[in-house]
Design a protein around this ligand. Structure first.
Ligand code: MN
Length: 202
């Protein structure tokens, strides 16, 4: 069964002024759509065609560039759209807030660590907050469309929050000001969603 580009639960302009409508339209309709189409082409008539995207990535042959790039791109963007909301921002609550406080000492310290991972990822990639099986959380970054589910990536855990720092994610509105985009991203994070992803993993 082929993977499908997921519909967004909000309009392209819903995240303005933090993320502009044109960027959203191109990012979802062109970039994510392209990863989806190329992933389907890469897995067609192979044993991967019947697997979930999580299983494909967890057991990935890292030398399979087509599936690594497009499977990663498909999964990463699905998560990205899901954990943003026009009603986002604010602070995490409950068990996730406790885990963040436990790991970083407080939300502001977490924000600094996450923003730093995103800002210092050289070139294209993602920064992540990952749930660990022991109930803790960690921040890391990956290059290109890699993600923490892939073998040997050095992040560990399951991604519950990710920021896309490819230039296609921000350049129309922010040009080279990646740190401004990262800061604005915090205004659209759906912490309820991230918190529920966390509680599923621990
Ligand atoms: Mn992207």
């Amino acid at each position: 069964m082929a993977f499908e580009l997921p519909a967004l639960s909000y309009n392209y302009d819903a995240l303005e002024p933090h993320i502009d409508a044109r960027t959203m339209e191109i990012h979802h309709g062109k970039h994510h759509n392209g990863y989806t189409t190329k992933l389907n082409a890469a897995i067609a008539d192979t044993p991967l065609a019947d697997q979930s995207i999580e299983d494909i990535l967890t057991n990935l042959d890292m030398n399979n560039k087509a599936v690594r790039n497009n499977g990663g791109g498909f999964f990463n963007h699905c998560l990205f759209w899901e954990m943003m909301s026009p009603n986002g921002g604010g602070l995490p609550t409950g068990k996730l807030a406790a885990a963040i406080d436990g790991e970083f000492g407080g939300f502001e310290e977490f924000k600094t660590a996450f923003a730093n991972a995103a800002a210092t990822q050289f070139g294209s990639g993602w920064a992540w907050l990952c749930a660990q099986k022991d109930g803790s959380v960690k921040v890391c970054a990956t290059a290109n469309q890699d993600n923490p589910l892939m073998p040997g990536i050095g992040c560990g855990g399951t991604p519950i929050l990710g920021i896309d720092v490819w230039e296609h994610a921000y350049y129309l509105n922010y040009q080279n000001r990646r740190p401004d985009y990262i800061n604005a991203f915090f205004n659209v994070i759906d912490w309820n969603k991230v918190g529920s992803l966390f509680e599923k993993e621990i």
